[in-house]
Design a protein around this ligand. Structure first.
Ligand code: SAH
Length: 321
């Protein structure tokens, strides 16, 4: 069955033709293969495709397939909504409803795999969709296991990235038990004062504890760390911020992924101008930090996390409190 599902991309029990016919009909009657429904499927010119899935209880989550030369990267969600409350993010605007189950996480992976042509195969997996993955590790880890098993999708560990707001206890747990994945930490600010404003959970955590946990993760895993920084005009894009950031990251084997803000309807934040982005980048590069500016892939199909779900829900009044 695993082979049929993961290797042969079977869509139902009936297609699993080397199972006895009676077993197939018993399975079809007694065991539901898919628990989600595709309520929206959007595609953009650059090959990005996005699915909005409806869960059995009516909740909705998003997942994305990105095509970049030979790379086929999928981005999956771990929760319905998000409890971290980052002020610029669409996923957390209404808080978190619930954790996804392992099955619901695996189902996103399979649904996205079904979008591929026969000669395409999934190469990378990023856990950067809706939700905070480290708040749902119990369901996530078995789903990732399925992705890299030799009789599953065979995506190697180093091509699987977990993105987190930075929860030190869970990072420590990962370091103890599953240090083979890549870790990406959403930083967004070079000091606690600013980070507390943008990432409210930071108030109880603080950058020192996060950096300590990720340094330990790096020591155990040997995997280069990634830091993410959403660039918001006139908020965290000042040359002073770039200088502080380079000091914070200096000496670490790390990549800084700068993501120009992808506007969310109803929120007051803006994408910095090209000139401002270049200035930010140059300061970091001059101080020897490895920087990558992420292009806004799929922005026209609301491919930033949480945006499709909101646009589907129709016009909404968003509280800016
Ligand atoms: N909760 C995890 C993973 C989900 S968010 C985390 O915080 O890392 C994945 C990444 O997308 C995060 O770096 C997040 O800050 C970023 N992001 C969220 N909303 C965005 C937006 N509107 N524009 C650009 N990046 C955004």
């Amino acid at each position: 069955m695993r082979e049929w599902l993961f290797k042969n991309r079977a869509a139902d029990w009936e297609q699993m033709t080397n199972l006895p016919k009676t077993l197939r009909s018993e399975l079809a009657e007694g065991l539901q293969l898919w628990t989600t429904e595709i309520v929206r499927h959007t595609q953009s010119d650059d090959g990005t495709e996005k699915l909005l899935l409806q869960l059995a209880d009516g909740g909705q989550v998003e997942c994305v397939l990105l095509r970049d030369r030979v790379r086929r990267t999928i981005c999956i969600s771990t929760q319905v909504g998000c409890g971290m409350g980052c002020v610029f993010c669409a996923s957390g605007l209404d808080g978190v409803d619930r954790n996804l189950t392992t099955g619901e996480i695996v189902e996103q992976i399979l649904r996205l795999q079904h979008l591929l042509a026969d000669d395409e195969r999934l190469s990378h997996l990023v856990v950067m969709g809706m939700g905070e993955p480290l708040a749902n590790l119990d369901a996530l880890l078995p789903a990732l296991e399925e992705s890299h098993r030799p009789d599953g999708l065979e995506i190697s560990h180093r091509r699987i990235t977990i993105s987190t707001v930075g929860l030190p206890k869970s990072i420590e747990r990962l370091a103890r038990t599953n240090a083979s994945y890549r870790l990406a930490v959403s930083l967004h600010a070079p000091n606690d004062e600013l980070r507390n404003q943008l990432v409210p959970v930071n108030e109880k955590i603080g950058l020192t504890a996060i950096l300590e946990a990720v340094d330990n993760y790096f020591a155990v895993s040997g995997r280069r760390l990634t830091f993410e920084y959403v660039l918001l005009a006139n908020i965290n894009d000042d040359p002073q911020h770039a200088r502080q950031l380079s000091q914070l990251l200096r000496g670490r084997e790390a990549l800084l992924n700068v993501i120009p803000y992808n506007p969310v309807a109803g929120l007051p934040y803006q994408t910095p101008s090209h000139q401002r982005q270049t200035q930010f980048r140059q300061i970091l590069e001059a101080s020897g930090i490895r920087v990558h500016f992420r292009h806004l892939k799929g922005d026209r199909i609301d491919a930033a996390c949480g945006q499709l779900r909101r646009s589907q829900a129709g016009p909404q009044v968003v509280s800016l409190g």
